[in-house]
Design a protein around this ligand. Structure first.
Ligand SMILES: [Fe+2]
Ligand SMILES: [Fe+2]
Length: 283
C-alpha cells in the first residue's frame, strides 16, 4: 500500500511551524476584539510585520503617503479590523515565504486568492449574522494552506496531478483525490499540527465538500461559496478548470440575489483589495 498523506508529511523535518504572531493573535482573538492596544504590542514585536503594515497604511489607496509613522496611527487610518486581518494574513504568508512558487501556482497569486476568499467569507458571515466574521476571515485565509505545502514539498506529485486533471478534464481537487494526495488532507494535517481549532481544521479539510463536514457544514459552506466567488471574480490564482455555475450550498439558506449583492460588493473593492494586499505581500 502506498504511504498515506500523513505518513509522507511525517517524514518532512522542516515543515513550517505555526507563525508566532499568528498564534498570539488567534489565541487572543476574543480579548483583542476589545483591545487595539494589545494588537499594537503584538505588531511591534514583529518588525517585518510592522514595516509591512506601515507600507500598506502609506499606500495611495488610503491617501496618506508617508504620513503614517506609527502602528497606532496605522490602526486609526486602516481601522482595527483591517490591521488585525493584515496581521493574520502577513504572518501566515511569512511562514511559507516564496519557496512555494511553481509556474502553475505563483505564490503571490495564490496568496491573493486566499486573501480574497478570506474577505468574501467575512462578508458572507456578516450577511448571515450567526457566524463570526473574523473567524470566517481566518478560515478563508488558511483554506488552501495544503496547496502551499504541496508546492513546497511535493512538486513532482503536483505535476502528475495537473497532468491527470488535463487528461480527465475534472476540477483540480478531484484530480488530487483520484491521485491520492489532496491539498485538503495535507492542509488539515498542518492545521492539526498547529493546534488550530476543530472548525478551522474542518474548513481546510472540507471546503470543497462542505456536506461531508458534519457539525461544521455551515462554516465550510461559507468558505466553499467564497472560494467559488473569488474564482468567478478573478481574484488571485485560479485553476484552469472552472465550473460555469456557482453552487449555492443549502446550509447557508441564502438566495441568489443576496449572493449577487456580495459579488457586486467584492467586485467594487477588488482593486483596492489587490493593491493593499500586494503591498502587504511585499510589492
Ligand atoms: Fe481548495
Ligand atoms: Fe481555494
Amino acid at each position: 500500500m502506498p504511504p498515506s498523506i500523513a505518513q509522507r508529511l511525517d517524514k518532512i523535518k522542516d515543515l513550517p511551524p505555526m507563525p508566532n504572531t499568528l498564534q498570539k493573535v488567534l489565541e487572543e482573538m476574543d480579548s483583542i476584539a476589545s483591545s487595539a492596544k494589545r494588537l499594537e504590542v503584538i505588531v511591534r514585536q514583529d518588525p517585518v510585520l510592522a514595516t509591512k503594515i506601515l507600507k500598506v497604511a502609506n499606500s495611495p489607496a488610503y491617501g496618506m503617503s508617508g504620513q503614517v509613522q506609527t502602528i497606532s496611527h496605522a490602526v486609526v487610518v486602516l481601522g482595527f479590523e483591517e490591521v488585525r486581518n493584515l496581521v493574520i494574513g502577513i504572518s501566515l504568508t511569512q511562514a511559507f515565504g516564496q519557496n512555494a512558487d511553481l509556474k502553475e501556482f505563483p505564490a503571490r497569486e495564490m496568496w491573493l486568492h486566499c486573501i480574497g476568499v478570506a474577505t468574501v467569507s467575512m462578508e458572507i458571515a456578516t450577511l448571515l449574522g450567526d457566524m463570526e466574521p473574523e473567524e470566517c476571515f481566518t478560515m478563508g485565509l488558511i483554506h488552501d494552506i495544503g496547496r502551499f505545502l504541496m508546492c513546497s514539498f511535493f512538486p513532482e506529485d503536483l505535476k502528475r496531478i495537473l497532468k491527470l486533471q488535463e487528461e480527465r478534464q475534472i476540477p483540480l481537487y478531484m484530480a488530487e483525490e483520484e491521485y491520492g494526495f489532496s491539498h485538503t488532507e495535507a492542509g488539515a494535517y498542518i492545521a492539526t499540527k498547529w493546534n488550530l481549532n476543530e472548525r478551522m481544521i474542518s474548513a481546510v479539510r472540507y471546503h470543497h465538500r462542505p456536506r461531508s463536514a458534519g457539525p461544521e457544514e455551515k462554516a465550510c459552506a461559507v468558505v466553499f461559496l467564497a472560494d467559488q466567488l473569488c474564482h468567478k471574480l478573478g481574484i488571485g490564482w485560479s485553476s484552469n478548470w472552472l465550473a460555469d455555475k456557482i453552487k449555492l450550498p443549502k446550509a447557508l439558506g441564502l438566495k441568489g440575489p443576496q449572493v449577487q449583492a456580495i459579488a457586486k460588493k467584492i467586485r467594487d473593492k477588488k482593486k483596492h483589495l489587490e493593491e493593499g494586499w500586494s503591498k502587504a505581500l511585499g510589492g
